[in-house]
Design a protein around this ligand. Sequence first.
Ligand code: ADP
Length: 573
Amino acid sequence: MKKLKEFKTILNMAKKYKLKILLCFLGIFISSFSYILIGYLNGRALEEITKLNLNNAILFLLIYLFSEIFGSLLERFSFAKLSKIETKMARECSYLTYQKVLSLPAYAFEEKTSGEFINRVTNDTSTIINSFDEIFGIVTRLIASGIIYIYILYNSYIIAIEIIIFIVIFAFVVKFFHPQLEKVHKKRKKINDEAVSQVTESIRGVREIKTLGIKNSLFYNLRELIKKSIEASNSEIDLYFIYDIISNVLKSFLEVGSFITGAILLYKGQISLTFFIAITYYIYRYTWIIENITSFTKTYNEVLVSVTRINEILENKLFPDVKFGKKHLKNCEGVINFNDVSFSYPNEGDVLKNFNVTFKPHQKIGIVGKSGQGKTTIFNLLTRVFDTKVGSITIDGINIKDLTEEDLRKNVAIIRQEPFLFNKTIRENFLLLNDKMHLKDIREYCKMSYIDDYIMSLPKKYDTILGEGGVNLSGGQKQRLSIARALAKQSKIILFDEATSALDNESQTYIKKVIDDLVKDHTVLIIAHRLSTIIDADIIYVVDNGEVKDIGTHKELIKKSPTYKQLYNSELK
Ligand code: ADP
């Protein structure tokens, strides 16, 4: 029963297609009646032949022919319709899971690998939905078999008992194998997740892999995973093999057993020839159902594992959603306040302690400190990649947790060392923000970021496709494009996270120029690794051990802050 609950979300999704699914089900169900009729008609026709009533025999055979054609047409038509609904639902389920994955909190992607999410969005959703027709087939056949059973019971309780004994034995076999099959299947899925993760990760980091010369270790890792996956697959195949053999033996016993019983009863005159012939036909149906249930057990196990995995995402079983508020930031000024914020990452000690700071607009603000002191954490909290548990962060006096997602995202932009650009044209990268944006405006933002000249020098200009992650741009160009993107978003608050640390001098000069322009009407926070980037900042915060240790301009800090002085001196060396 608990397991059936797992299907709640998926069934809710099917609600939309209720009527269509019901009609398909009805079609399949009615078609199964024609199969019931066929067994009986077969028997009647043969019995009429033995009585030399040729006309009657032909009549029964004609009805047989009609029932068979009608039944198979209706069945095929219903299954075809169902397949179409399945395809639609699979896409919808996949889309819903994708949407949900993108709404998960940041730490979800630290705890689970991208491969796991990719598999859930693609494979698991298809596995679930594509099992629908199998489930429908089984259910309708089971109902039809119930009706046949009444007919059998009416004609011979002995054969009816034989069938019941067989079904009970088979139920025990299923009960025994089912949990074991589920376990091996889960294990195989997990290993496959790991393998997909490694492959996706390797493709993303292919340049790093080449330069680090670690190809061979990765090959070795993947080979090990493949070996494990083969082992898991083999144990799954072995288990199904045993299960299959047992169910086949049981099936043969039922077939032969009921034939013998039927023959004896016919010989004794206790059943009619029609019933005997019908039973030979119907018994195949029972054994066929057993075969179906055998293969369905496999599907069911796969579906159950997939449903559980999908529910973990759709029903937030592993990670809660990030909740946003309803407040809007009208004409954002960009005043940021950290009020008594203390924060620690999951399973870590305190990173920020009673952090109290006000960042004001129209200033170039530098944040410096040794590595690991909590600088990036300030940005992680401000962008709600992680959430504060103690204290609050406000923008223009509004707690960022009360803001709508759109308002927060629109007003706060972050420029990272390695900005992520999509594998689309430059123009399309902007259109993702607003599909009505004109090229003229896009160019304007790019001019403000000193990247328009370069783009216009490319043969396809703004229609140049950027490689995955924008590989065909230099680090500095990517950053300038990412700044243009932030400007296009009209963000009032722009965060630079060690953005200039890896740049050559020319790019640094460009970025510095952009920042100086931005400061005029934005709040600009710069985490700087190299102090030269923020040496002319209006205000510099020295962060040490999760606290603001000193505040001032470069000149002031050199005089009064030993930590800053130490940082400065270490850079001169
Ligand atoms: P900084 O930017 O000053 O180098 P960070 O804010 O990145 O420092 O990190 C502060 C501390 O928090 C470090 O000890 C780091 O290991 C830890 N930390 C940073 N990010 C995470 C994370 N996502 N999960 C767990 N610990 C983290």
